[in-house]
Design a protein around this ligand. Structure first.
Ligand code: SME
Length: 163
């Protein structure tokens, strides 16, 4: 049985090295999409301080994200491509880091407590499959190190999972 171990978050480079190592172990031997997305969101939510939501949206059809496994309060189910921070990430095919969600035009407020957000796209063979979405109740919670770390999480998730 896999057991997640607490990680010192004072050094972000070390933190993400350890987090991605634990994620690799957690996903070893399992390729199911729902199981791996559920455990990945649980590990992120358990390990990263100051989050109020962590989870997945998957691209269904060409132009709509649908809610996947997550940790946090109930969330909006469908997000059109181009809408909100998640839809912007799909459209731009790039991570979107929002220091203050009130300053992001079109931000979709699933939880009014959210103040900052990081969305990383899942891209395989040039195709966007979905996003990983993290929300924090703190403004400016995420920086470039978090973005690089969660992009590595997305890479490991994609390599370990069948869509
Ligand atoms: N805030 C997101 C919507 C998803 S929730 O945060 C879980 C957005 O603007 O796309």
């Amino acid at each position: 049985m896999f057991e997640a171990h607490a990680i010192d978050s004072s050094n972000k480079t070390e933190f993400y090295r350890e987090l991605t190592s634990q994620l690799g172990g957690l996903l070893t031997g399992e390729r199911d999409l729902i199981a791996n997305a559920a455990n990945t969101s649980a590990l992120i939510f358990q390990m990263l301080p100051d989050l109020n939501w962590a989870g997945f949206y998957f691209l269904r059809a060409d132009d709509e994200l649908v809610l996947g496994p997550f940790q946090g309060k109930v969330a909006c189910v469908r997000i059109p491509k181009g809408k909100g921070v998640c839809g912007a990430s799909v459209q731009r095919r790039a991570s979107v880091l929002v220091e203050d969600v009130y300053a992001f035009p079109g931000h979709i407020a699933c939880d009014s407590a959210s103040r900052s957000e990081l969305v990383v796209p899942l891209i395989e063979d040039g195709k966007v499959l979905g996003v990983i979405d993290l929300d924090s109740p703190n403004a400016s919670r995420f920086d470039a190190d978090d973005q690089a770390g969660i992009e590595k999480v997305a890479e490991i998730f994609l390599a370990s999972t069948d869509f």
